[in-house]
Design a protein around this ligand. Structure first.
Ligand SMILES: [Zn+2]
Length: 109
C-alpha cells in the first residue's frame, strides 16, 4: 500500500464514517490502518470522544490503479461493496478471517 493512497483512504474514511455512538467525526489520529488482503483494507476507527472502536473493511478495487490482481475476488468484492455499515457479525467474520490468515497479521506492513 502506497502511503499516498493510504492518506487518501483515511481522508475518505473521515468523510464517510462517523462514530456510530456519538456521531463525532474521526480525526486523522483516530484511524489506524490494520492491513490489507487482496482488494480489502482493514482499518480501525477509534473515537477520540467516546473511545468506541469500530472496524471497517474498505474495498480498494479500481482505486489503486490496477496494481493488485482482482480477477479471483470479483464476487467477494461485490459482496463487500454492497454492504453499508459494519455489523457485529461482520466484525466476528473479520476476526475469524484474521485468525485464519496469520501471515496477514504478522506481515507488519
Ligand atoms: Zn464516539
Amino acid at each position: 500500500m502506497q502511503p499516498k493512497y493510504l492518506q487518501e483512504l483515511i481522508r475518505n474514511l473521515q468523510e464517510f464514517y462517523k462514530c456510530p455512538s456519538c456521531e463525532t467525526n474521526y480525526h486523522f489520529d483516530d484511524i489506524r490502518f490494520l492491513g490489507d488482503i487482496d482488494l480489502y483494507c482493514f482499518v480501525q476507527l477509534s473515537c477520540h470522544n467516546c473511545s468506541l472502536p469500530v472496524l471497517a473493511t474498505v474495498s480498494v478495487n479500481g482505486k489503486s490503479g490496477g496494481k493488485r490482481k482482482s480477477d479471483l475476488r470479483q464476487s467477494e468484492e461485490a459482496k463487500f461493496a454492497s454492504k453499508g455499515a459494519i455489523t457485529a457479525s461482520e466484525i466476528a467474520e473479520f476476526h475469524r478471517w484474521v485468525s485464519k490468515s496469520k501471515t496477514f497479521v504478522k506481515k507488519g506492513k
